[in-house]
Every structure is written in structure tokens, then in C-alpha cells.
Design a protein around this ligand. Structure first.
Ligand SMILES: *[C@@H]1O[C@H](CO)[C@@H](O)[C@H](O)[C@H]1NC(C)=O
Ligand SMILES: *[C@@H]1O[C@H](CO)[C@@H](O)[C@H](O)[C@H]1NC(C)=O
Ligand SMILES: [Ca+2]
Ligand SMILES: [Ca+2]
Length: 164
């Protein structure tokens, strides 16, 4: 009887662990090129807010998007390279999408509202597919996946995967 109980406990513990470990941890850094300049006294001060959702495309609104990260601010540059490493748990085929919003820090008395520098959306399955094709193409192609910014159009956000 005690043995049966032990097996049951082990079995449910195993199920719990595999549920928690479900999905693959993607690690990446962000950088950007040719961002718009939205400051009068020098280049923009860009930072990025990272959101994700599994809501169906079209039917989503902003409250469906969960924030999972934010970069630091890089001052006076249109080509920022952010230092932070982001971790995102990827589950294939679950319609995971990223929305990255790039802002220019202003936050001054005369100019309290941060300017919008652009945004990108990408299906994480597509990101993984591009990564896989780049890997098959040789390590030279593996540096980053670039995503063109829209609203307004101009510049690109680069996602640099980190492998152990
Ligand atoms: C995701 O699943 C599809 C279909 O099962 C498979 O072809 C693809 O290789 C998978 N992608 C990754 C990154 O695991
Ligand atoms: C693979 O490499 C070829 C030749 O360098 C290039 O034309 C092609 O666009 C690359 N494909 C991907 C997915 O990077
Ligand atoms: Ca500004
Ligand atoms: Ca600014």
C-alpha cells in the first residue's frame, strides 16, 4: 500500500515538473539601427518595451499583451546596443507573438511625454524558423534576426540570439 502511494506521488510530481519545464528558454539581446531622431538637442534616447501574447491576430487589443521586459535607456544614439539579456519561454505552435515598442526618453519639464520611435510585431514561430534557416546556412548568418520598424516606418530592430 505504501509503495503504491509512493508511485502515485512520484508520478504527479513528474507531471508537475514537465508542465513547468514545458517550452524552450530563448535568450536574446536587442539593438537597433537608423532610428528616427525625435530630439532637438541631439539624437534620441531609445529604450524598448517587450510584450507578448497568444491572442489570435486581429482580435487582440493592448490588454491581451503581457509585458515581459524593458531595456535600459541608451542616451543620444540612433543605433543603440542594449546590454540586457531577455529570456522568453517558447512553446511551438501556440501562436506566441512579440510586440516590441521603441521609445525616446524625454521626461523633461518642457517635454514630458516620451516620443514613439516605432514598433515591430513578430510571430515567435517565424523567428524560430528564420533562426533555423540561418543556422543551416552557416554561422556567419546567425548574428541577428532583423525586424523593420513601422509606425513610423524607418530603422530596424535586431534580435541577437544567445546560445550557450
Ligand atoms: C515547430 O513544429 C513544427 C511542426 O510540428 C516543426 O516543423 C518545426 O520544426 C517546429 N519548430 C521548432 C523551432 O521546434
Ligand atoms: C543563405 O545564404 C545564401 C547565400 O549567401 C543567401 O542568398 C540566402 O538568403 C541565405 N538564406 C538565409 C535564410 O539566410
Ligand atoms: Ca524627444
Ligand atoms: Ca529624448
Amino acid at each position: 500500500m505504501i509503495q503504491v502511494l509512493t508511485i502515485l506521488v512520484l508520478a504527479s510530481f513528474g507531471a508537475l515538473c514537465s508542465a513547468q519545464l514545458n517550452g524552450e528558454a530563448l535568450r536574446f539581446r536587442l539593438s537597433a539601427i537608423n532610428l528616427p531622431n525625435c530630439d532637438l538637442d541631439g539624437p534620441s534616447d531609445p529604450f524598448v518595451k517587450l510584450f507578448s501574447t497568444t491572442a489570435p491576430r486581429g482580435g487582440d487589443n493592448h490588454r491581451d499583451w503581457e509585458k515581459f521586459g524593458q531595456t535600459s535607456v541608451k542616451y543620444n544614439t540612433l543605433n543603440p546596443v542594449w546590454d540586457e539579456v531577455f529570456v522568453y519561454r517558447y512553446a511551438n505552435g501556440t501562436n506566441q507573438r512579440w510586440r516590441f515598442i521603441v521609445k525616446d526618453l524625454d521626461n523633461t519639464w518642457l517635454n514630458p511625454i516620451d516620443d514613439h520611435l516605432g514598433r515591430v510585431e513578430m510571430n515567435v514561430d517565424d523567428y524560430m524558423f528564420q533562426l533555423k534557416s540561418a543556422k543551416q546556412n552557416g554561422s556567419q548568418a546567425l548574428k541577428y534576426i532583423s525586424m523593420f520598424l513601422s509606425h513610423p516606418i524607418g530603422g530596424a530592430l535586431l534580435v541577437t540570439p544567445i546560445f550557450d
